[in-house]
Every structure is written in structure tokens, then in C-alpha cells.
Design a protein around this ligand. Structure first.
Ligand code: SF4
Ligand code: SF4
Length: 352
């Protein structure tokens, strides 16, 4: 399914207001200090569409940093009550790399053989309205990851908006959920013309040409070396000297999903929650005996990169775990251990 409509630019707030009648709308909002972040909005006037990408991904609205899983109560045995969040929500103006990250979550947490019921419950009620990118943002390399700047049909969005440059957005509707989003304010949409579609293709080509030569992640070379474990141990050790194990790269990453589970109890009644964890923390793999299969930071840096680009994970998950958003480069305190920087070191077998 895919059909193309257009929407007058001046009327998207009416559409968002119509969506708010039945769903929470999560959209980019400019914060104090000029960062743009996804927030649950109360009015369309809070939304900004003048942004490259948000400082952090919208991951926390699908996979919260702290998430209640179940309540339990002592009643002779234990009465257990799972806590599911099935509230309908619409992500509005989510960039293509972050749409691709949700697709990655669908392959992993949503995998049919072992679904994470908390994720799938929340995801079932979630719709994605993408906003294609005309300009590369600082440190992104989505063109290498095949996750942007525009997405093809089947790329994970329900609707993809493209600013056609004049008075309209093109709205590519790709799913039944997308059709329902249009139906919320059908009077705002009109069929797109062949000229509109030609304009969209031209904009995509122009956008791809604007991407600078750096940063780049040469997936073929770096993935091969990581998958075959042919990068020297010393290289990992030299890179790991720059890692202070802050966990920033994993927390900011739209595809990282390590978590820990904790119980809060009072008089035997309790709440079980999960919260984000990080493969960059020594404690993630430390066993009850005290043994840690990843005792050195170099083991942990290697582990993160392996999960992002190894063929083994591509074969299992259907896509690589890096969508090229570039956030890990920006967050790393030494600005040294973003995926493109590490991938380039692996490819060249040298760390400067
Ligand atoms: S590894 Fe880095 S560039 Fe890749 S998706 Fe995660 S934060 Fe973005
Ligand atoms: S952001 Fe940089 S320093 Fe922090 S854990 Fe990640 S690689 Fe290490």
C-alpha cells in the first residue's frame, strides 16, 4: 500500500489538533537552550518543524528509561498485575533515521519468536509520521546506513512528509495506520500530482548530494572485520583508553535497549520496573560469582560495536543496529568514540 497526497503547509496544525482528539502527539519542541527534543505536546503551537534532528531520539516514548512492568501484592501467595501502556500515540515529524530505529526495535523487542510484551503493547498503538530531511545534520551519516535522508515505501513510516518547497507537504501514506491518520482530517488532503512526485524525487537526490564526505562509516569494511574478529586487540585497547564508561553513547542511541530489572518492596507488596542499562558499564555482565566475562573496558567497547555492525546481528535482526544518526559522536565526552570514528579506525587498522 502506498499513495501520495498533499497537505497545505499552513494547515498541519489543524491536522495535529485532529490527531490529538484520539491520541497523544509526541513532536519536536524547542527547549530552553535551543535544543530540540521530542515531547508530548498539549497544543500544535508548541511544535517546531525548523530543526535538523532532535538532541535525543524519541526512544523513551516507546521504551521508557524507567518502566513499571508489574505490581505484586501478598495475599497468601502473590497476586501479580502486569502494567501495560496501550495509550494511542502519534510521533509527528520524526526523522528517517529514528523511524529506522523503531523498525530495528520492531525486529528485536518485537520479534515474533520472543516478543517483549511491554514493547509490543505500546508499539501497537503507535503511529509514525516521518519528516524527510533536506539537509544533513551535524555528524549524521544516514546515507551510509541506508536509513535516510528519505525512506522508501516499506521503510517503517505510516506517513512520510516531504516539504515540497512551495505551499505544500507531500504525504506518502504507506500503511492502514497512515490511512487512519489521514481520515482524522481528510478534508485537509488532496491527491498529489505527477509533478509533485517528480519534485519529491528531485529533492531526495539534491538532499543526498548535500551530505559531506565526513563523517562516513564504511559498513562493508568495518562490519567484515568486526564480524570476523580480525581487528587487533591492541586497537580496541587503544580506543578504550578514551572511554570513561559514562554510558552516554548507549543512552542516546535510538537502537540501544539493554536494561536491568529492579524491585521496590514495602511489606511484601511491590513494583517491578526496568530501567536502561549500558553495555559500557562493567556491572552489566558481572555475574553473581564476581566473574565478569567482559572484564576490560576494551571488551565492552568492542561489544557495543559488535552489536551495532556485525553480520551476525544483521542476519538475526534483519538490519544493522546503527542507523547513522551520529548522536554517539556528539555525546562522547572526548568526541572520539562515535561509530564512524571507531569504524574508520577498524577499517584502517589505526587509531590516531
Ligand atoms: S551507534 Fe551512534 S550513530 Fe549509530 S544509531 Fe547509535 S547513536 Fe546513532
Ligand atoms: S559516550 Fe564515549 S566515554 Fe561515554 S561510554 Fe560511550 S564511548 Fe565511553
Amino acid at each position: 500500500m502506498s499513495r501520495a497526497l498533499k497537505l497545505q503547509k499552513s494547515r498541519w496544525p489543524e491536522w495535529v489538533a485532529a490527531l490529538q482528539r484520539t491520541a497523544a502527539v509526541i513532536a519536536p519542541v524547542r527547549l530552553h537552550g535551543e535544543d530540540v527534543a521530542f515531547e508530548r505536546i498539549t497544543s500544535p503551537s508548541e511544535i517546531t518543524l525548523d530543526f535538523d534532528n532532535t538532541a535525543d531520539p524519541p526512544k523513551r516514548f516507546l521504551f521508557p528509561q524507567v518502566e513499571p512492568l508489574l505490581r505484586y501484592r501478598r495475599n497468601g501467595g502473590y497476586a501479580v498485575e502486569p502494567v501495560y501502556d496501550e495509550e494511542p500515540r502519534v510521533f509527528f515529524a520524526i526523522r528517517c533515521c529514528d523511524v529506522s530505529a523503531v523498525r530495528f526495535f520492531d525486529f528485536t523487542l518485537g520479534a515474533q519468536d520472543l516478543p517483549d510484551s511491554y514493547y509490543t503493547a505500546r508499539r501497537a498503538g503507535t503511529a509514525l509520521i516521518a519528516l524527510a530531511c533536506h539537509e544533513p545534520c551535524q555528524s549524521c551519516f544516514c546515507v551510509c546506513a541506508d536509513t535516510g535522508p528519505f525512506l522508501p515505501p516499506g521503510g517503517g513510516y505510516d506517513i512520510q512528509l516531504t516539504d515540497l518547497g512551495g505551499e505544500h507537504y507531500l504525504a506518502e501514506v504507506d500503511t492502514d495506520k497512515g490511512e487512519a491518520l489521514v481520515a482524522a482530517a481528510a478534508e485537509l488532503f488532496a491527491p498529489a500530482s505527477d509533478d509533485d512526485l517528480a519534485q519529491r524525487r528531485a529533492l531526495e537526490e539534491a538532499s543526498e548530494k548535500r551530505f559531506p564526505s565526513e563523517p562516513r562509516l564504511y559498513f562493508a569494511a568495518s562490519s567484515r572485520k568486526v564480524s570476523l574478529d580480525t581487528a587487533e586487540a591492541e586497537l580496541w585497547q587503544r580506543m578504550a583508553r578514551w572511554c570513561v564508561a559514562c554510558g552516554g553513547c548507549t543512552h542516546i542511541c535510538p537502537t540501544c535497549y539493554c536494561f536491568n530489572v529492579t524491585d521496590a518492596q514495602r511489606n511484601g507488596d511491590g513494583l517491578r520496573s526496568r530501567r536502561w542499562d549500558s553495555c559500557q558499564y562493567a556491572g552489566l555482565t558481572r555475574e553473581a560469582s564476581g566473574h565478569n566475562p567482559r572484564p576490560e573496558q576494551s571488551d565492552r567497547v568492542k561489544r557495543r560495536v559488535f552489536h551495532k555492525i556485525s553480520y551476525q546481528y544483521v542476519a538475526r535482526d534483519g538490519m544493522q543496529g546503527c542507523v547513522g544518526c551520529g548522536r554517539c559522536t556528539r555525546i562522547c565526552p572526548g568526541l572520539r568514540l562515535g561509530l564512524p570514528e571507531v569504524g574508520e579506525a577498524i577499517r584502517r587498522a589505526e587509531w590516531k
